[in-house]
Design a protein around this ligand. Structure first.
Ligand code: PLP
Length: 381
């Protein structure tokens, strides 16, 4: 058993009961027993998405869900507006291009959030935009986009609102129906605290109308097939699903219901605030503008004179705490602390204790306990 503490923005530590649930025997994926489990798990997903619409499960990582979200709602040559402010925004745009869709990029400086006004201006300027794709929580930069406010703007336009909540659903506030999200996609291995390997999607009535007019350039991720198989009795997926992972996801979703989704979101916000305070107390600078800082991952600049290996290497090899590095041009300049899923003050206390010691032994003039003191202040006040 690997006892490294995963403080990654996914995959995250998974609770023992979730791991145990996956050791149950495999059942026929076309039989009644699995149909019941699949239906219950999809229903539980709809409750976490906060939608009255049906949810579907793909045996794929989050990127598969992203591909399904795009490929089913636009034909080649149709236009989508793609907000790009980090690696995953780029991925959404790239996926659309692979499917022959005409992409208009709305570029946002990495570390900042897109504004509702910018989206409104783009939609005003071009009535041919069929959909807007947006990453709610840009995991590469630690920025959360104001999806609630953007949703208000989107309601004035016909364009579909396609949102990736891969690293936010179950950790930050996402209300698919209230925010007017037409296609929402997420992954199992982040805030939901299940193992990697599943992605989940839900579509509004408007999105389904678009699906009817699209000939998707994908075989595996054809939404109509998931809908038709899901409507069978017993409910099914079109192709063999990962039965064991679905057992695990169902257990993880049960845990979310026991905690209460709103309590869980509040816990993530408090842990994020504690992490930012502890980071600043140790002298780190946040990469993301604080007003839009993510509540599931904190991105920090690597201080001058230190390397990524000084920090992440020491944290892993000496203290057994795994942090994430920067991506693309942020490699070597930024590192990231994931605090999503079941992560709480215990894990953050270990992480910031080790981070303080790491800085001290690398010669930084810092009070090694300042991070933990700031954590305590945040939790106790
Ligand atoms: N979208 C976001 C916001 C992510 O953080 C990630 C993964 O880190 C993905 C999509 C892609 O998910 P996966 O790596 O599971 O394919």
């Amino acid at each position: 058993m690997n006892d490294t503490l995963l403080m990654l923005p996914g995959p995250v530590n998974v609770a023992p009961n979730v791991l145990a649930a996956m050791s149950k025997g495999i059942v026929n994926h076309r039989g009644a027993e699995f149909g019941k489990i699949y239906n219950e798990t999809c229903d539980a997903m709809s409750r976490v998405f906060k939608t009255d619409n049906q949810s579907y499960i793909f045996t794929s990582s989050g990127t598969g869900g992203m591909e399904a979200a795009i490929a089913n709602i636009a034909n080649p040559k149709e236009k989508i507006l793609s907000v790009v402010g980090g690696k995953f925004g780029e991925r959404f745009a790239d996926i659309a291009r692979v499917h022959g869709i005409n992409v208009e990029e709305l570029a946002v400086e990495w570390g900042t959030a897109v504004t509702p006004e910018a989206i409104e201006a783009a939609l005003e300027a071009d009535e041919n935009i069929k959909a807007v794709s947006l990453i709610h929580n840009e995991t590469s930069t630690g920025v959360a986009a104001p999806i609630k406010e953007i949703g208000k703007v989107m309601k004035n336009y016909d364009a579909l609102f396609v949102v990736d909540t891969v690293s936010s659903l179950g950790g930050d506030e996402v209300d698919v129906d209230k925010f007017g999200i037409d296609v929402c996609v997420t992954g199992s291995q982040k805030c939901l605290a299940a193992p990697p390997g599943l992605s989940m999607i839900t579509l509004s009535d408007d999105a389904w109308k678009a699906v009817e007019g699209v000939n998707p350039q994908t075989y595996y991720f054809n939404m109509k097939k998931y809908r038709d198989s899901g409507n069978k009795n017993p409910a099914q997926t079109p192709y063999t699903p990962s039965v064991s992972l679905i057992y695990g996801l169902q257990e993880a979703l049960n845990d979310i219901e026991k905690e209460g989704l709103d309590n869980r979101v509040a816990r993530h916000h408090l842990n994020a605030e504690a992490s930012r305070n502890a980071s600043k107390a140790l002298g780190f600078e946040l990469f993301a503008e604080e007003e839009h800082a993510s509540c599931t991952v904190t991105a920090l600049k690597i201080p001058e004179g230190l390397t990524d290996d000084d920090i992440r290497g020491t944290m892993l090899n000496k203290y057994g705490v795994q942090l994430a590095g920067g991506q693309d041009h942020l490699k070597g300049n930024v590192f990231r602390i994931g605090h999503m899923g079941v992560t709480n003050y215990k894990e953050l206390a270990i992480t910031f204790t080790a981070l303080g010691m790491t800085l001290k032994e690398k010669g930084v003039d810092v009070d090694a306990g300042a991070g933990v003191a700031a954590l305590a202040d945040t939790y106790i006040n």
